[in-house]
Design a protein around this ligand. Structure first.
Ligand code: GDP
Ligand code: ZN
Length: 458
């Protein structure tokens, strides 16, 4: 396949040790040859070799930078096209100049994700691997990166392929049975079919169950800190983040906005929201914060309710404690360094089964216990499994759910005695849905949509 030659700066924008321009396409080597002056002519060198030289502007002859050029010939490259990588010195000017020189010669600036798109279109990777590259770029935590990496290596693809093979095998048995009803060497009884289908069903369900944990690993546990003004919400946020991004003051209600902060607790990423408190207020400025806080509360995975041990319970504390029942939450009774006035017996009753931790945030006491309680809630205290394949992509989840419902339908059909060859359609649909996860039989526009999510140079 002929492809025009594209280029993009592949390293992060800004100051760095080196900056890499990636050029890919049928004429990639020829284009770079026009800029490059070194011992060799690049079109004559062996594939997968690195060459020192200088880049000059092709028209003005002006020296742009000293570079290392890596020449990689198709098909053993990421895009399966001829690819050249030019490593310039860091800083904006040399790469920008080199990039401009390439573009004036007729190389096209790559669209976001276009390199990965070519890798996919040229059969180098499948769709779920391509999507994993997006995840890898966006990964916010080490685990998320590991999960994405596993997927990029094709773990999910392998599982999906196995499931598809099993469906095809089942379909094959089915075909034998339909074509030769008297052939009884391997009779496709409805029991046998039911069994195969429920096996496949179970495995898809298992994969879907990892979705929730996958989301947690990838996006972090969205965590809302709530409580009356001045109980220590911002202090908690600060202790957890160990920096002072949220404003801590003695004036009630000074946290004006929802502040987001990521922290890692026992290997789990928490996306912390410091809310303006959920107290009804007439203060207009604060109201914006309060409105947003309520929204944050509705969608939070975890709620940390902070109470003040040095004061008796307020009506609002009681209201919050009641409201917290049935949610995933932890009660933090703060300021234990001060004389205590909180009604412990009533508090324990109101807390019911929710974990209750005592802290003195000014003295950084109780933080370990809090972290352990969080870990216990989400992973039963276990360390996050780095090797597992976690489903984390909304499109994959929808497709697997689709496959599940196809199987459900088929199994229901068997129960009510629908002719077995009708079940074939449900099995084929399930097979199709699974195929879409790895990009077999995917509509063109869907492919464009997926690749447009990439950043440039990937
Ligand atoms: P928020 O309004 O709930 O965010 O509360 P802040 O975190 O802004 O804390 C309000 C005040 O209480 C600040 O002066 C904190 O230094 C103080 N504070 C927070 N935690 C403790 C604690 O454990 N003990 C004591 N004595 N003071 C605390
Ligand atoms: Zn605050």
């Amino acid at each position: 396949m002929e492809h025009d030659t594209i280029a993009a700066i592949a390293t992060a924008w800004g100051e760095s040790g080196i900056a890499v321009i990636r050029v890919s396409g049928s004429d990639a080597i020829a284009y770079v040859d026009q800029l490059y002056r070194g011992k060799e002519v690049l079109s004559k060198v062996d594939s997968h070799t690195v060459h020192y030289g200088k880049i000059h502007h092709p028209r003005t002859g002006k020296l742009i930078d000293e570079v290392l050029v890596t020449v990689m010939k198709a098909p053993r490259t990421f895009t399966r096209e001829d690819t050249v990588e030019i490593s310039c010195h860091g800083g904006l000017i040399p790469v920008e100049e080199a990039m401009k020189a390439l573009l004036t010669m007729g190389v096209r600036l790559a669209e976001p994700g276009e390199f990965t798109k070519r890798a996919f279109l040229n059969g180098r990777i499948d769709l779920s691997q391509a999507e994993a590259v997006i995840d890898l770029i966006r990964a916010k935590t080490d685990q998320a990166a590991q999960v994405a990496l596993n997927q990029a290596e094709g773990r999910l693809s392998r599982l999906i392929r196995q499931l598809r093979t099993e469906i095809v095998e089942t379909l094959a048995h089915l075909a034998v049975n339909v074509d030769y009803p008297e052939y009884d060497a391997e009779m496709m009884t409805s029991d046998f079919l039911q069994e195969r289908m429920s096996e496949i069903h179970q495995r898809i369900e298992g994969l879907l169950q990892t979705a929730k944990q996958g989301k947690i690993i990838r996006e972090g546990i969205s965590t809302a800190i709530v409580g009356r003004p001045n109980v220590g919400k911002s202090s908690l946020l600060n202790v957890l983040t160990q920096e002072n991004r949220a404003i801590v003051t003695d004036i009630p209600g000074t946290t004006r906005d929802v502040v987001e902060e990521y922290v890692k607790v026992r290997g789990i990423a928490l996306r912390l929201l410091d809310t303006a408190g959920i107290r009804e207020t007439e203060d207009v400025v604060e109201k914006i914060g309060v409105e947003r806080s309520k929204k944050a509360l509705e969608t939070a995975d975890l709620i940390l309710l902070v109470l003040n041990a040095s004061e008796p319970l307020h009506t609002e504390d009681r209201r919050l404690l009641t409201w917290l029942q049935g949610k995933t939450g932890i009660i933090i009774v703060n300021k234990t360094d001060l004389p205590q006035q909180v009604e412990w017996d009533e508090l324990k009753l109101l807390a019911s089964d929710l974990p209750l931790i005592t802290t003195s945030l000014v003295q950084e006491q109780g933080v370990e216990e809090l972290e352990q309680a969080i870990a216990d809630l989400f992973f039963s205290g276990r360390v996050v499994d780095q090797d597992a394949t976690y489903l984390s992509n909304a499109r994959h989840i929808a497709l697997l759910e689709q496959a599940l419902s196809n199987l459900d339908e088929g199994m229901k059909g068997i129960e009510v005695g629908i002719p077995i060859d009708m079940i074939e359609i449900d099995l084929k649909n399930a097979w199709q849905a699974l195929g879409e996860v790895i990009g077999e039989a995917v509509a063109e526009d869907l492919i464009d949509q997926i690749f447009s999510q990439f950043c440039l140079g990937k």
